[in-house]
Design a protein around this ligand. Structure first.
Ligand SMILES: [Cu+2]
Length: 135
């Protein structure tokens, strides 16, 4: 929720409450749902396990992370670069995955409906995950 405007109430004890409510986000909040205008890229790119790193991402072709996507049908190219990770995208009407042991590039056609979607590496979902909203 890093993008949420942080409005501190002037005066009295409310200020302290407002500050504590606004200070908690860390930049490690990978994939926090954004509130800005919906992104509508020409296609989507998922990458997992580059150089066997424990990193997963979903971006537009220019590398901008997907936070808030316009509903519709997209081509999703997943580059699974590691034999210890997979790329698994789920949400309303969508369940697309590469395999943990396999590597290579796979292209999926995915139709997104309004709602929340998540992508994870299944064996390491607690640390390798992201989410975005669709509207
Ligand atoms: Cu993994």
């Amino acid at each position: 929720m890093r993008d949420r405007p942080c409005v501190a109430a002037a005066g009295s004890g409310l200020l302290l409450l407002a500050l504590s409510a606004c200070g908690g986000s860390s930049s490690a909040a990978n994939g926090s749902a954004g509130a800005g205008p919906a992104q509508h890229p020409t296609s989507l790119v998922g990458v997992v396990g580059h150089n066997d790193a424990f990193v997963i991402s979903l971006t537009d072709p220019a590398g901008t992370p997907i936070r808030h996507l316009a509903a519709g049908t997209y081509s999703l190219t997943v580059k699974d670069e590691s034999g210890i990770h997979d790329f698994h995208l789920t949400g309303a009407g969508v369940d697309k995955s590469t395999t943990v042991g396999g590597t290579g590039t796979t292209t999926f056609t995915v139709t997104f409906k309004p709602g929340a979607y998540t992508f994870v590496c299944d064996p390491h979902a607690s640390s390798m995950h992201g989410r975005f909203t669709v509207s």
